[in-house]
Design a protein around this ligand. Sequence first.
Ligand code: PAF
Length: 285
Amino acid sequence: MLFLNTIADVRSQLAAWRRAGEQIALVPTMGNLHDGHLRLVDTARNLAERVVVSVFVNPTQFVQGEDFDSYPRTPEQDAESLRERGADLMFMPEEKEIYPRGREGISFVEVPGVSEGLCGSSRPGHFRGVATVVLKLFNIIQPDVALFGEKDFQQLAVLRRMVVDLSVPVELVGVPTVRESDGLAMSSRNRYLSPNERQKAPALYRTLKGVAECLESGERDIVTLEREAMARLAGAGFEPEYVSVRCADDLAPAGGDEGALVVLAAARLGRARLIDNLRVSSDSK
Ligand code: PAF
């Protein structure tokens, strides 16, 4: 596996692979890789001859007061996991490589609508930072396909919209969430949970499952379902931010004859802010 830090080196390597007729898959990450990320790499290997994994803790997607400085950084461990998993290139740029003019007064990508509400409400500017860095990575690597975890459901919706709005020539693939055996969605931020909080954490998944099952059995009083789910999370020791039933395609509020639904939630548990989501089986309609 190659390990490169500069845009120039990555571009010349990718040009060689492209000249050889090879397709490129990109897995963008912030490092501290877990099985969820490695599932993205496995899927990528089935979709393209070459798999590039970027590891960059992107400062512009952290809101004031969030964990940018303390975000876990484990580059040696990440390189080892990626090598074992058969990735071809780990791209780990310095901040100045990605933001040569700093973080202020620079061009940003705004994706209106789908980036508003849900996590967009509590993390203003977050999706702007995500869309910007992902477009930069697309411009640097020019992948044929890029893979993202469905755990960050709103992020994936924002990026799908960006790619359409800005005619970016890349196929986006969402990969289902990888869970611990008790249902907790894998996340680098799970390490912020104390042992006691870790025991409580699967209640988030159970709560989403409860809402999805009610919807699948025909219940359509969405406001009550969301309110009861918030209360259930609070009772389990969380500080819930939202539980929301939305249209899976565009995250519009559910309410009528829409197609597939998804239930999304965000809640704090101690130092950790956890997010998760579950699609509602469409057989229920
Ligand atoms: O999902 C993430 O890890 C990040 O938001 C991403 C897509 C790598 C952009 O920094």
